[in-house]
Design a protein around this ligand. Structure first.
Ligand code: ZN
Ligand code: ZN
Length: 187
């Protein structure tokens, strides 16, 4: 069975060199849906608690919220960093609190201090799905990702191959056989 959870992401981006309005900087509320598949853990009668999926995923997804997402070859990138630098906010600001974990993958690099994600490919809805899968595939048994932004939407299904040992008391993933939340030990 599947546990399904949704995220709202407010971001700005553009499709550099795309022949259309989207080559101009603009913003969206993107909606990401993550579907996690596994057996039902009988102790809690759940696949995976949705608030736990939220917690695991939000640690990295925070980087995309109230953020600017630009392709690595976009000339806006040095221009914006120059403005942030002069304004003294490039390396952080006291009001910039909801920061995610910095990450660097083949497809994207996050700079939480200035709320910027630099991508290898254009950040279309399809591009976002590739980036998110890459970031979360080892943490969650992802069966499907859907991302919509304005009139654009894309979805991709995956075949989860493993099962994650979960705590029969709180449903969260066990770490080396121990529940990080309640201390339950697998016998
Ligand atoms: Zn757009
Ligand atoms: Zn537990």
């Amino acid at each position: 069975m599947r546990s399904i959870t949704k995220f709202d992401l407010q971001y700005a981006h553009r499709f550099y060199k795309f022949q259309g309005e989207a080559q101009y900087l603009h913003g969206h509320t993107g909606i990401l849906t993550i579907e996690v598949e596994d057996s039902i853990e009988p102790g809690v009668n759940m696949v995976y608690p949705c608030n736990e999926i939220q917690k695991v995923a939000w640690d990295v997804l925070k980087n995309f919220d109230h953020a600017l997402i630009l392709r690595q070859d976009d000339p806006l990138l040095p221009a914006i960093l120059d403005v942030y630098e002069k304004q003294g906010i490039k390396n952080g600001a006291p009001s910039n609190k909801m920061k995610g974990e910095a990450f660097k993958t083949e497809l994207a690099t996050a700079y939480p201090d200035c709320r910027l994600v630099v991508t290898k490919e254009t950040m279309t809805v399809e591009g976002m799905i590739k980036i998110v899968y890459d970031l979360l595939k080892d943490k969650l048994n992802i069966a499907k990702l859907t991302f919509s932004s304005g009139v654009n939407a894309a979805t991709q299904e995956y075949k989860p191959t493993k099962t994650i040992d979960r705590c029969p008391l709180c449903g969260v993933a066990l770490v080396n056989g121990v529940c990080p939340k309640c201390g339950y030990r697998k016998k």
